[in-house]
Design a protein around this ligand. Structure first.
Ligand SMILES: C[S@@+](CC[C@H](N)C(=O)[O-])C[C@H]1O[C@@H](n2cnc3c(N)ncnc32)[C@H](O)[C@@H]1O
Length: 223
């Protein structure tokens, strides 16, 4: 399940999933929360792992300029063909190896950081710090150690807290450790909670973590 670079590789699972659920469905509660509190109209946002674009479309419809990334080529082709506009562009690439070409006001990751290995997570949070404008936010929703699926399924060799269950892998994130990493990089963690109520789905209300970290670099950067 992990490739030569140590990356957890669930590409075929997600390609098959989005071949079935091609059209964006309703936006997540997390996207609504971020729009209400952290993403101002006219700001720029990059979404890491946009799936069928449900949240990317929602942000763009609300006046946010969105760059949305996913590894699923077929889905990205579909989204660019049918949904791209001046506020919304989709790209097929691996979000764990992005370079800092543009700056954003928000980096948004919903249910994607638990899809990658911890080493890749570390790259993503460093990259996020570098590509965020001063005062910008890294916004994460993911499965943490208190999630009800933790330890279900087959453990992945050499990958801490990672299990294959229902056909794909999940790495359960230690919220306290992630807060510490973000603080060490220079972020200020402005919100960190792990609880029920964040993402009820199909009658289930599992425990998920949300973490919002602000880039508090005081020197405004040029784009
Ligand atoms: C659980 S889905 C979440 C989709 C969307 N954020 C949502 O909340 O509906 C995880 C998505 O992350 C994408 N993904 C996982 N690892 C990735 C990577 N390294 N680079 C790009 N996309 C990735 C998958 O292809 C999949 O579309």
């Amino acid at each position: 399940m992990s490739n030569e670079s140590g990356r957890i590789d669930d590409l075929s699972f997600w390609e098959a999933y989005y071949a079935e659920y091609t059209e964006p469905f309703a936006p997540s509660l997390f996207a609504k929360y971020i729009l209400e509190h952290f993403a101002k109209q006219g700001s720029t946002l990059i979404e890491l792992g946009c799936g069928n674009g449900r949240d990317a479309v929602f942000f763009a419809d609300n006046g946010i300029k969105v760059t949305a990334i996913d590894q699923c080529a077929g889905e990205i082709e579909y989204l660019n063909k049918h949904l791209q506009n001046e506020f919304l562009k989709f790209y097929c690439t691996d979000f764990t190896s992005l370079s800092v070409e543009h700056r954003f006001d928000v980096v948004y990751s919903r249910f994607t950081l638990h899809s990658v290995a911890e080493e890749q997570e570390d790259e993503v949070i460093k990259w996020s710090f570098d590509c965020l404008n001063a005062g910008g936010y890294l916004c994460i929703e993911a499965r943490g150690l208190n999630n009800e699926l933790y330890k279900k399924g087959e453990p992945v060799a050499d990958k801490h807290n990672t299990y294959i269950y229902e056909g794909h892998s999940r790495r359960f994130i230690d919220l306290a450790k992630m807060k510490e990493k973000l603080n060490n990089i220079g972020f200020e963690v402005v919100f960190a909670q792990e609880q029920k109520g964040f993402a009820p789905h199909n009658g289930e209300d599992e425990t998920f973590m949300r973490l919002i970290a602000k880039n508090v670099a005081d020197v405004p950067r040029r784009s």
